[in-house]
Design a protein around this ligand. Structure first.
Ligand code: ADP
Ligand code: MG
Length: 364
């Protein structure tokens, strides 16, 4: 397994790119540590497949280098890079048995039959394919074919990394959950370097130790699921991670506070100092989980903002209240046992969870 360095990497599909918009990948430096389980998370079109194909060698980057354990592999073909890649749709041989499909990547490398047999049975066991080894792939369903594709990706134990490009798209939700757990188990056992591409935050957060969030051809944050939740480095991460995402509203800074439509939210010196040097439009961000909503009619407005409660959705284990003040709307997550019958309340912003963004990037 290998550490993968991306040095000054960028890619444009155009022969003569002009501006940033012509780049599917904007210039990046990035390290995938040896043995890490990474999710590469981002919306459709943000450049995930482009990045994965550059790592595997299917696509030569227009700028920069790819290093495996310090060695420059930028111009090497996929076969020379020793990478396993699993795609969105099954890539298997219909006329072969499940066993032969799984054995293929090993036999292709001239591995001894005894070792092939042991590996095939081990991986088949992990993926519950043991009962199907003698079946021809042709007769199997899409789910099973994709499971075989996963097995083919996992069967070699000498690859530099295993890359998965939205591999569970065609799989039904229950089996998806099972397979994700299996992948995680396999990672814990064998410790390959894994990069798992998805546009689904639940998939990313349950699979990976580290999540790389991409947006508009750029990596906007690399962090643990907890980092992404508690400290989104970019408004996109705040908005994309979480259900619902972070509340993000334009604000002005003045006199040690943020002002939204004439309402004051007290901040700390730390916020004010960090924001003083920043350029670009300033926004305040706070997650629905960290706001508190006081609906006690006798509550004082002290330290909070009077709001209208425009909607309360009961989602079983919790409720989401939508509140409004001026033109701003904020969602608040509240416990299932907190009753809300009032149409107004007082919203409070704990300073440690109140973030400031300038030009979409976290400043404090
Ligand atoms: P993702 O996998 O995150 O959905 P892609 O890497 O497939 O994103 O695409 C990133 C951008 O590059 C998109 O704007 C897409 O339209 C463009 N793109 C992808 N493949 C090609 C290609 N072969 N030729 C030209 N543009 C492409
Ligand atoms: Mg893709």
């Amino acid at each position: 397994m290998a550490r993968i360095d991306l040095k000054n990497l960028a890619h444009s599909y155009f022969p003569d790119p002009k501006g940033d918009d012509d780049y599917a990948l904007r210039r990046m430096e990035h390290v995938w540590e040896d043995g890490g389980a990474y999710a590469l998370l981002g919306p459709s079109g943000c450049g995930k497949t482009t990045l994965l194909n550059i790592i595997s060698g299917l696509l030569p980057p227009s700028h920069g280098q790819v290093l495996f354990d310090g060695k420059d592999v930028t111009r090497l073909a996929p076969e020379q890079r020793n990478i396993a890649q699993v795609f969105q749709f099954p890539v298997i041989y219909d006329t072969m048995t499940v066993y032969d499909n799984l054995a293929f990547p090993l036999r292709n490398r001239g591995i001894a039959e005894k070792t092939v047999d042991a590996r095939v049975r081990e991986i088949a066991g992990m993926l519950d394919l043991n009962g199907k080894l003698k079946h021809k792939a042709r007769g199997l369903g899409a789910d099973e074919k994709q499971t075989i594709s996963l097995g083919r990706g996992l069967v070699r134990d000498d690859v530099a990394a295993i890359l998965f490009d939205e591999p569970l798209t065609v799989i039904d939700p229950h089996l998806k959950w099972v397979l994700r757990r299996k992948l995680k188990e396999i990672h814990n056992k064998l410790r390959p370097t894994m990069v798992y591409v998805t546009h689904d935050q639940v998939e990313a957060l349950t699979f990976a130790d580290k999540v790389v969030v991409m947006y508009g051809g750029k990596v906007v944050q690399l962090g643990t699921p907890q980092d992404l939740f508690e400290n989104p480095a970019h408004t996109f991460v705040g908005y994309f991670i979480g259900s619902p995402g972070m509340n993000i509203v334009p604000c002005n800074l003045e006199g040690g506070a943020a002002w939204i439509d004439g309402h004051r939210i007290a901040l700390t010196d730390r916020h004010m100092n960090a924001a003083s040097g920043a350029s670009g439009a300033v926004e305040l961000g706070i997650r629905p989980e960290f706001l508190t909503l006081d609906t006690d009619a006798s509550a004082s407005n002290e330290g909070g903002i009077p709001v209208n409660i425009v909607k309360v959705e009961d989602l079983g284990q919790y409720k989401i209240a939508t509140t409004r003040f001026g033109n701003a709307e904020m969602k608040v997550k509240i416990g299932e046992d907190q009753m809300i019958s009032a149409h107004s309340g007082v919203l409070r912003f704990p300073t440690e969870w109140t973030k400031l963004y300038a030009d979409s990037h976290l400043v404090a």
